[in-house]
Design a protein around this ligand. Structure first.
Ligand code: 0O2
Length: 221
């Protein structure tokens, strides 16, 4: 019957999204462990805020259709790499890079892609360090490797990005030029603030024990 068919589809969707939900939890736990150990060892919390979100089935279907791809679970899995997203907001740029290196250096983590919009900001001024990684999730039916997009940024970058996101949608993606210019100026003010805060942080820490250097970066294809 149609009801049985609908329930079957609903269960399949839930199972599909659950894998991503579990992958997201694994990544969050890894970051919480890094944060707690850092706090214990160095009395410094490198993470101001940790958040995560799962894309809804509706927005996945919309995204896949926008790309002109016939919707199916396989197509979504293949095409969309930010179904699960974790955002790590740090006080300092150096903490963002350090956490990124500590996470991607773990031997159960795979790296699919890295986009460093801190070193190379987007045209509008957007800054963040993005990594699409895979994390193993162990289920009764076996192990699955789940892709998770992790964004590392500072509080100032996050402040800017959330306002820009609001403006972008308020103007239905057609932002007037004067606002684009204002946003670009605000992005550079945010960068200046990050640099000043980092300098201050280094000065304060100069007399204390600095944390050990992060392990060398792994080769990224
Ligand atoms: P949400 O609601 O945050 O999830 P994609 O289109 O995602 O497949 P793309 O554009 O190559 O591929 O990915 P990229 O550049 O790594 O950006 C993905 C995510 O980064 C976005 O997800 C945003 O969260 C963030 N982002 C990227 N560019 C900007 C920007 O200019 N402004 C702001 N505010 N955020 C940005 P979503 O799905 O668009 O949004």
């Amino acid at each position: 019957s149609i009801i049985r068919l609908a329930r079957g589809l609903r269960d399949e969707m839930q199972q599909f999204l659950n894998e991503y939900r579990f992958g997201m939890r694994e990544v969050e736990t890894k970051l919480e462990i890094l944060r707690d150990d850092f706090e214990h060892q160095h009395s410094h919390n490198p993470i101001e805020h940790l958040s995560s979100r799962l894309k809804s089935m509706d927005s996945l279907l919309e995204k896949i259709q926008r790309r002109g791809v016939e919707p199916s679970f396989d197509a979504i899995r293949r095409e969309i790499t930010d179904i699960a997203g974790v955002r790590v907001t740090c006080s300092f740029v150096s903490d963002a890079y350090r956490l990124f290196e500590l996470l991607i250096g773990q031997d159960d983590i795979g790296v699919i892609a890295v986009k460093d919009y801190i070193a190379q900001p987007k045209g509008n001024g957007y800054k963040s360090l993005h990594a699409i990684i895979t994390v193993p999730v162990f289920l009764p039916r076996g192990k699955v490797r789940v892709p998770v997009e992790v964004q590392f940024r500072t509080i100032a970058m996050d402040f800017w990005a959330s306002l820009e996101h609001k403006i972008y949608y308020k103007y239905d993606k057609q932002v007037p030029q004067e606002l684009v210019d204002e946003l670009s100026a605000a992005a550079s003010t945010a960068s200046d603030l990050d640099e000043r805060m980092e300098r201050l942080h280094r000065q304060i820490r100069g007399s204390e024990n600095p944390p050990p250097p992060a392990p060398p970066m792994r080769e990224i294809a």
